[in-house]
Design a protein around this ligand. Sequence first.
Ligand SMILES: Nc1ncnc2c1ncn2[C@@H]1O[C@H](COP(=O)(O)OP(=O)(O)O)[C@@H](O)[C@H]1O
Ligand SMILES: [Mg+2]
Length: 222
Amino acid sequence: MILLTDVHKIYRAGKVEVPALAGLSLTVERGEFVAVVGPSGCGKSTLLNLVAGLDRPTRGTILVDGVDLTRAPEAALSRLRRERVGMIFQFYNLLPHLTARENVALPLLLNGTPTLQIAGRVEAELEAVALLGRGDHFPHQLSGGEMQRLAIARALAPRPALLLADEPTGNLDSERGGAILDLIRRLNRTRAFTVLMATHSPEAAAVADRVIRLRDGRLEIP
Ligand SMILES: Nc1ncnc2c1ncn2[C@@H]1O[C@H](COP(=O)(O)OP(=O)(O)O)[C@@H](O)[C@H]1O
Ligand SMILES: [Mg+2]
C-alpha cells in the first residue's frame, strides 16, 4: 500500500537547510494500522505530508496505492488526494462556515460523486461516527471529540484506501482521545482501509498493529 525507499526531505528556509527526513525506508501493507511515534520535530508530519502527495521528497521514491508520487504529475497527485487518501489533523481543519453535513458533502462534490447519491452517503457517514443528530451544527457548536468525529466522517466519505492521521488525539483529553482511537480502529477493521497515524502518545500507539519509531528523520534502531 505504501512503499518508501531511502526518502530524504530537506526544507530550505532562507540559507538554512533543515533535514526533516534522512533516508527513511518503510513498507505498510494494505489494511494495516501503523503508528509513527517519536519526539516533536522528528519528521512525523513531514512523512504524512509526503505520503499524502502534498509535498515531494528531495530524494528517494514513494509509492502509494500503486502511484509513484515522485514522478506523478500534479494532477495525478490531486486526484489521489481526492479519491484515495483521507487526512485528519490535531486541530480538525473543518470548514467553519459549513455545517457538519456540508463538511462531509464537500469531498463528495469535489470527487464527482453523482449528486443523487451524496445526501445518502453523507447521512451514512454521519451515522458511522454517531453524529446523525448534529448534521445542521456548525463546527463551533460541537465538542472537540465531536469535531474530530466529523473530520473522520469527512475523510472517509470518499471511501479512501488510506487514512493519514496526524496527532488525531493531540487536542483531546484521554477519554475523548481513547474514543477517537477506538472509532478509527473499528472503522479500519470493518472497512479495511490502511491507517498511518503520527502520535507522541503511547496510548494512541498501543491501538496500532505496528509501531515505527522515528528519530532525526530516520528509523530508530531498537
Ligand atoms: N515547511 C517547513 N520549513 C522548514 N522546516 C520545516 C518545515 N516543516 C517542518 N520543518 C522542520 O522539519 C523538522 C521535522 O518537522 P515535522 O515533520 O513537523 O516533525 P514532527 O511532526 O515529528 O513534530 C523539524 O525540525 C521542523 O522544524
Ligand atoms: Mg507533527
